[in-house]
Design a protein around this ligand. Structure first.
Ligand SMILES: *Cc1c(COP(=O)(O)O)cnc(C)c1O
Length: 344
């Protein structure tokens, strides 16, 4: 946040609450480039302090909450927003309340919210119900709402686009990312547009957003009452930034489409086999990339950035359930060699 201070809504008086978010790697993928014929770069947001891109926006939202004298913050969350809010609230010594959909939050994310001292409530309903309660709390009580309806979240998250342009020295041709509540696609598009306005790039990339097929309200053009997908971070039926997301797709000549859970799971495994461990929602980026490629909609040599929104360690159950139990052996080198398939 300090690095891009002059491009963010911060004054001299703003106390920057930071855990050193951002500065995440842009990893070149030889295998996905070979598979698609494009030049594929992975913006790996899993290296943020709490393991997702949410930290970019949360740093600014919590900084502004402190500047404005707030003592408490609340958020609705599928998991990562609560993990991030809890950590940054702890850093700023604010109290933090979190409402999550019952039984739908990955264990790692819940652990984060709890260990940082947030008060966690589970609602019998979806993320959308949790957000309704939080909006209403914010209207009636003196608590700051730090969901992406808070404009500072979007402002902070746009720094991802700045980093991409700084690193590549130009805009990518295509930008692929998952879409849940649609704040992040809104933020990236805003960031790219600001780069255009500042004369650093001539135009922004074509924005390609991907929802999960069982939670694709923007694609279907109607609210999904009971969204369902293994990618819990994008399990959202009524996105808060619906219109800005549509505008980003339209104005960039891009699209918002959906990928199935099967495509997401395959992409998750494929990424892991090239050393990049992401959470299920992040794999929607790669499922989308492969879908574009298979449909012949990806130009040869196009420079593509795929945002990988969160770290795979947050939901280890997926990695473990897909593998067999490691066998147990005696203290015996020969047996170990045989079991590992190492030839003499
Ligand atoms: C929040 C989140 C998303 C979705 O981002 P939106 O801004 O809600 O569209 C995707 N992946 C992960 C890991 C997330 O935490």
């Amino acid at each position: 946040m300090e690095e891009y201070r002059d491009r963010l809504p911060m004054s001299e008086a703003t106390p920057v609450v930071t855990l050193r978010e951002g500065g995440t790697p842009l990893i070149f993928s030889e295998r996905l480039s070979e598979r698609t014929g494009a030049e594929v770069w992975l913006k790996y947001e899993g290296t943020n302090p709490t393991g997702s891109f949410k930290d970019r926006g949360m740093s600014l939202a919590i900084s502004k909450a402190v500047e404005e004298g707030a003592r408490a913050v609340i958020c609705a969350s599928t998991g990562n927003t609560s993990a991030s809010a809890a950590a940054y609230a702890a850093k700023a010594a604010l109290t933090c309340g979190v409402i999550v959909p019952r039984g739908k939050t990955a264990s790692g994310k819940l652990a984060q919210a709890l260990v940082h001292g947030a008060t966690v409530l589970q609602v019998d309903g979806s993320f959308d119900a949790a957000l309704r309660i939080c909006r209403s709390l914010h209207e009636r009580y003196p608590v700051e709402l730090v969901n992406s309806v808070n404009p500072y979240r979007i402002e902070g998250q746009k720094t991802g686009a700045f980093e991409v342009v700084d690193f590549l020295g130009r805009a990518p041709d295509v930008h692929v990312m998952p879409v849940g509540n649609a704040g992040n696609i809104t933020a990236y598009w805003q960031g790219y547009q600001e780069e255009v306005a500042a004369g650093r790039i001539r135009r922004g990339p074509v924005m390609r957003g991907y929802q999960a097929a069982g939670a694709a309200p923007i694609v279907r053009g109607e609210v999904v009452a009971e969204p369902s997908t293994i990618a819990t971070a994008i399990r959202i039926g009524h996105p808060a930034s619906w219109q800005p997301a549509l505008a980003a797709a339209r104005d960039s000549g891009g699209s918002i489409r959906s990928v199935t859970d099967r495509q997401i799971l395959q992409a998750y495994r494929r990424l892991a086999r090239e050393g990049v461990f992401v959470e299920m929602a992040s794999a929607a980026s790669i499922a989308g990339l492969l879908d574009l490629s298979d449909a012949g909609e990806l130009a040869k040599g196009a420079r593509v950035v795929c945002v990988l929104t969160g770290h795979g360690l947050k939901e280890p159950d997926w990695a473990i359930s897909g593998a067999s139990q490691p066998p147990i052996i005696r203290d015996d080198t020969a047996v170990a060699a045989q079991m590992l398939g190492i030839e003499p």
